[in-house]
Every structure is written in structure tokens, then in C-alpha cells.
Write a protein that binds this ligand. Structure first.
Ligand SMILES: [Zn+2]
Length: 385
């Protein structure tokens, strides 16, 4: 339990605002695209040393293709209690070299840079929240905290998922350092499940002039299938299917023998996963001389607003109100690693990172003035969950 009141904690972070921005800058300037292992590993090494200095015990989960995943454990007075898991990712969507076109800079009260919002600032907030709690608690947290920073979140988390699930399983709650929602800075209490499917059509090629009748167009068949897929959309139930990519054929004078499309599928409720999967996989060709094959799955289950999630939000709201602000909640379409932990039934609150805009875009930025109270919220949650 902290000796400082929430208002005093907030003032602590306000005094540390410059240092928080400097930590963000240090992390942003180390570029870390998901597909460049050695770059992500460099961020991991820097973070291991910084968190190590705070007294965190470092465990590296080796990964072959992507960067290693970094686990940092902080012991505590009440060491028998299950740890709280803080969840973040070190990778970004920006290729190496982006920093020269999009340098990390401070302007009009914001920090700009590749990956600043999603989610280098979230990692910085976790660092300074823990640093603050240690400082005002004589160097020990009230209960154990585990921080997991993965390296492949932006590309689906295939290699980190087992680590995330194992640590979540042993945790009392999961706090996700993904950006807050919108400029009011809402936390995320529901996220859709996300999947990707590919549909492949095989028809029969023929010369479009000499043998038109012998051809069976895979492109026409794909067009029929796309319309059928669009009829599976149910926005009220939170089910969306987006054929985001479609291609087929070789030349204009050839009846196309192949066509393919990629479909982004999102569901709000876990109960829709099986139904959508079954309906997609049962699709039959309109033209019996074409064949279709559909592969894929929902790989991130939805984060549903369970009682556990709502209770966590209630605590966060209470802490925010002590800091003088009304913390809103939001349901969003995008997935995060919080989807995995919530699906295991572990209370999960997402969107506890920085406030800003432009994730994955050129104007990606974080509002500096919001940083102290986000750090105070995080510290408050760690102390009360
Ligand atoms: Zn993210």
C-alpha cells in the first residue's frame, strides 16, 4: 500500500514528465519492426538493463524468427499473492529507416515518432509507474508484478502467444499497455476477435476468342463468392467480413483459371466464432465446374466485457475520479494480446497506455500532458487490483 495519496502520486509523475518523455524518445529512436529480429532484440537489451536497474528479475524467452520476448519479474512484500501481469509489445509496424523521415520530435505538446503511441510510450509508462511505486514504498512493491514485452504482436503474436497465456494463467489480472482509445483516453473493455481467411477458386482456362465456351471463369466464381461473403456481415451482432484483397486471371484474352481473395473477419462474441467458420468453410461454388477452397481461422478470440473486466474498469474509474477525471470505456474492433488473456477468463483491462492519435500512420503521436495521469492510473491500478 502506498504512503502517498493519489494526488501526491500524480504530482510525482508531473515532476517526472520530462524523464518520461526522454524514456519514450530513447525507445522510439531504437527502431524495431516485427520482422527484424536483431533490432527488436536491441530494444529488449536496453529495456532489460533499465528494468534490471530497478531490481526486476529478467527472463528472456528466446524466439527464432522474431525478437526474443522479455519477462521482468518484480518481487514484493506479499510474495505469496499471484502477480499482476502487465502486457506490452516492443515491435512496431514501421520498417528500418522510417525514423529518418519521421524523426522523434516534440511539437505542440506532443511527441511524434514511429511506434510512439503503439506502444513505446506504454512501455515507458510502465517503467516510470514501477519506478515511482518502488521509490515511495522503500524499494518494494506491495505485490508481485510481472511485465511481459513481446516482439511479434503486430504480426499476430504466433511465437509469443504461449508465453503470454502461461503468464496470464498464473496472474490475478492483466493490464494491457496498448494505447488508450481516442483523445478522451478511454480504456478498452471489449475488443473484437480477429481472423483471416483465404478463398481460392480454380476454374478452367481457355482462349477467350477461340474457345470461350470451354473456359470456366474463376474470376466470375470469385465475384459470386464475394457477394455471398458480404451477406454474412451482421453489424448489429458485431460480425464483419471484409474482402480486403482480390485477384485473379493472367491476361485479358484468357478465361481465368484461378482467382483468390483474402478476408478479414471480426466477431464481437466468442459464440460467433464457430458459426462464421462453419459458414465460410461450407461455401459451395455457383458454377459446378469451378472448385473452391477456403482456409483460415479466427486467431484472436474476442475480449468480451465479462464481470471480471467490468470490475477492473470500475477500479480504474475510481482511481481516475480520485485524480479528478472521468475515465471512459470503449469497445473497439481491433485485437491485441489482451484478447488471449481475456479468453482464458483472466480479468483484463486494455488501453492503459498513452493517449494520442495516428497509430501506424505518419502523424502518430502522444499527448505529453496526459502522461503523468496515465502513469498515476497505472500505479494506482497495480496497487489496488
Ligand atoms: Zn499495439
Amino acid at each position: 500500500m502506498s504512503l502517498l495519496s493519489p494526488a501526491e502520486q500524480l504530482r510525482h509523475f508531473q515532476r517526472r514528465q520530462k524523464e518520461i518523455v526522454e524514456t519514450i524518445r530513447q525507445l522510439v529512436e531504437l527502431e524495431s519492426p516485427s520482422d527484424v529480429k536483431q533490432s527488436v532484440d536491441r530494444v529488449g537489451t536496453v529495456l532489460a538493463s533499465r528494468f534490471g536497474e530497478l531490481g526486476g528479475k529478467i527472463k528472456v524467452h528466446l524466439a527464432e524468427k522474431h525478437g526474443n520476448h522479455l519477462q521482468i519479474d518484480f518481487r514484493a512484500r506479499a510474495d505469496k499473492r499471484k502477480p499482476i501481469l502487465l502486457l506490452g509489445h516492443m515491435d512496431t509496424v514501421y520498417p528500418i529507416g522510417t525514423i529518418s523521415k519521421m524523426p522523434c520530435r516534440v511539437s505542440k505538446g506532443k511527441v511524434f515518432g514511429p511506434g510512439v503511441l503503439d506502444m513505446k510510450a506504454g512501455i515507458a509508462l510502465a517503467f516510470h509507474a514501477i519506478e515511482g511505486m518502488l521509490a515511495w514504498n522503500d524499494g518494494r512493491l506491495c505485490w508481485p508484478v510481472t511485465l511481459l514485452l513481446v516482439s511479434d504482436e503486430e504480426v499476430g503474436s504466433a511465437s509469443s502467444r504461449p508465453v503470454t497465456e502461461k503468464l496470464a494463467h498464473d496472474a490475478s489480472a492483466v493490464l494491457v499497455l496498448e494505447p488508450a482509445y481516442g483523445l478522451p483516453g478511454a480504456v478498452k473493455t471489449a475488443r473484437k476477435g480477429v481472423g483471416e481467411y483465404t478463398i481460392q477458386i480454380t476454374g478452367v482456362a481457355a482462349h477467350s476468342g477461340l474457345d470461350f465456351e470451354k473456359g470456366q471463369s474463376a474470376v466470375i466464381e470469385l465475384a459470386h463468392q464475394i457477394l455471398k461473403i458480404s451477406k454474412l456481415v451482421d453489424t448489429k451482432a458485431g460480425v464483419t467480413l471484409n474482402v480486403g484483397k482480390a485477384s485473379g486471371g493472367t491476361r485479358t484474352n484468357v478465361v481465368p483459371a484461378t482467382a483468390t481473395a483474402s478476408i478479414d473477419v471480426r466477431v464481437a462474441s466468442a459464440s460467433d466464432i464457430k458459426a462464421i467458420d462453419a459458414r465460410l468453410k461450407a461455401m459451395k461454388p455457383e458454377n459446378p465446374r469451378c472448385s473452391i477452397s477456403i482456409t483460415g481461422k479466427i486467431n484472436r478470440p474476442p475480449l468480451e466485457r465479462t464481470e471480471g473486466v467490468a470490475t477492473l474498469y470500475g477500479k480504474a474509474r475510481e482511481i481516475a475520479s480520485q485524480l479528478g477525471w472521468n475515465l471512459e470505456e470503449a469497445a473497439v474492433g481491433g485485437g491485441s494480446d489482451g484478447n488471449f488473456t481475456a479468453a482464458l477468463g483472466i480479468p483484463t483491462l486494455d488501453g492503459l497506455g498513452a493517449v494520442g492519435e495516428g497509430a501506424h500512420a505518419e502523424h502518430e503521436s502522444v499527448v505529453i500532458e496526459e502522461l503523468p495521469r496515465r502513469a498515476a492510473l497505472l500505479a494506482g491500478l497495480i496497487a489496488t487490483v
